[in-house]
Write a protein that binds this ligand. Structure first.
Ligand SMILES: *Cc1c(COP(=O)(O)O)cnc(C)c1O
Length: 384
């Protein structure tokens, strides 16, 4: 719907440039490094590696990074891979690219992420049956880390490889350490709606330099180091462009500022809704730092007097974008019939969760517009 003049549509999460991005992009043009090699790529990877203290490879998307990461863990045809049901579809699709099958695990209410107790139970069961999965994809949703210690411990016990999907969790900490660096392999996304962006892009990090070199080789069509085009392995065209890496360099410079801004947005909402019962900010797990990439709230309709969907409709009528929490994978027609473990936490969070506009560039007056619409909708229902 069109906004009245002078009133901009408020989106869920928009790109927010720091200032130096254009300079790095112009450098790429000036020096004609307009391909998937060049100084921006090298510097972006150096900067990212320094921040994470691991080797890394810059890729065309987070999804591509998931695909390569799972292949590095040896996932192949006929294998099974565990993953949370509550996530974005790109956490799961790469399992299928490799001919393997996902098995969905429910979430933990205290973090909204993979339930470690349920994971342990599932692994014990499958170990007994001799059907251990090849790997686990653990996701850090909305900027909150999963509880990694018990997850890594039980996976190590059963020899199950772990890949962290930290696409939504750049800047997130777990016990003081960056999300994405806790398992052997981690994935980040620089899609346009993420905390920093390269318009589209991703990063695979890992502690074993040989693994990252293997991923780099696969990302460039698995071309052997020979003058002629010589191939022994199947690869992909997954490398990031040197132009986009220039955007990444500039964005990484402002990451810490973006984390603070996203957190401020979430806490301003929390304070604005504090006078109501039945609306609560996503839990902030004590073991980590939640960037609150998206400001997510849980609605208790019986107490608040208005449903999550009515709030989305009220915001939409005022040209404000909001969304339900991710629709769980076990409810997707795409993954109908897949094995799943656990109760219905994921489904409950999906049915009652709302993501509010969370851009780091959201001004206080724009945010006040969102708050006013929310409060008016709540107050109207309550006084009826
Ligand atoms: C965004 C996202 C991805 C995929 O990243 P792209 O760069 O968009 O391919 C994967 N997993 C999760 C949880 C995401 O939110």
């Amino acid at each position: 719907m069109a906004s009245p003049p002078g009133r901009k549509r408020i989106y869920l999460s928009v790109p927010h440039m720091g200032g130096n991005e254009e300079r790095y992009v112009q450098e790429a043009f000036r020096t004609n490094w307009l391909s998937t090699v060049g100084p921006n790529l090298e510097q972006f990877e150096r900067d990212f590696s320094a921040r994470m203290d691991t080797p890394c490879v810059a890729l065309a998307s987070g999804t591509a990074a998931m695909h390569l990461g799972l292949r590095l863990l040896g996932v192949g045809p006929g294998d099974t891979v565990l993953c949370p049901s509550l996530t974005f579809v790109a956490s799961v699709n790469p399992i299928g690219y490799l001919g393997a099958r996902p098995i969905f695990i429910d979430s933990d209410r205290t973090s909204w992420n993979l339930d470690p107790a349920l994971l342990a139970e599932t692994l014990t069961q499958r170990a007994r049956a001799g059907t251990l999965p090849k790997a686990l994809v653990v996701v850090h949703l909305y900027g909150q880390s999963a509880d990694m210690d018990p997850i890594l411990e039980v996976c190590a016990e059963h020899g199950v490889g772990v890949l962290e999907d930290a696409a939504e969790a750049l800047g997130t900490l777990y016990k003081g350490r960056p999300a994405g660096t806790l398992a052997p392999l981690g994935v980040f996304s620089f899609n346009g709606n993420k905390i920093i962006t390269t318009t589209s892009g991703g990063m695979l990090i890992g502690h074993d330099p040989a693994m990252i070199e293997r991923a780099r080789y696969w990302s460039q069509q698995a071309r052997e180091p020979a003058v002629e085009y010589h191939h022994v392995d199947v690869g992909y065209n997954y490398r990031m462009s040197n132009v986009l890496a220039g955007i990444g360099r500039g964005q990484l410079e402002v990451l810490d500022e973006r984390v603070q801004q996203r957190r401020s947005v979430a806490f301003r909402y929390r304070d604005a809704f504090a006078r109501y019962e039945g609306i609560s900010l996503m839990p902030q797990a004590a073991y980590g730092l939640n960037t609150n990439w998206l400001s997510c709230f849980l609605i208790d309709e019986g107490v608040l007097g208005i449903s999550r969907d009515a709030l989305i409709a009220a915001l939409s009528a005022e040209d404000i974008e909001s969304r339900p929490v991710w629709k769980p994978m076990h409810l997707q027609p795409l993954y109908e019939g897949c094995e799943r473990h656990g109760g219905d936490v994921a489904e409950d969070l999906y049915l009652r969760g709302i993501c509010l506009p969370s851009s780091s560039s959201l001004t206080e007056s724009e945010q006040q517009r969102v708050v006013d619409v929310m409060c008016a909708a709540i107050d109207a229902r309550r006084t009826r």
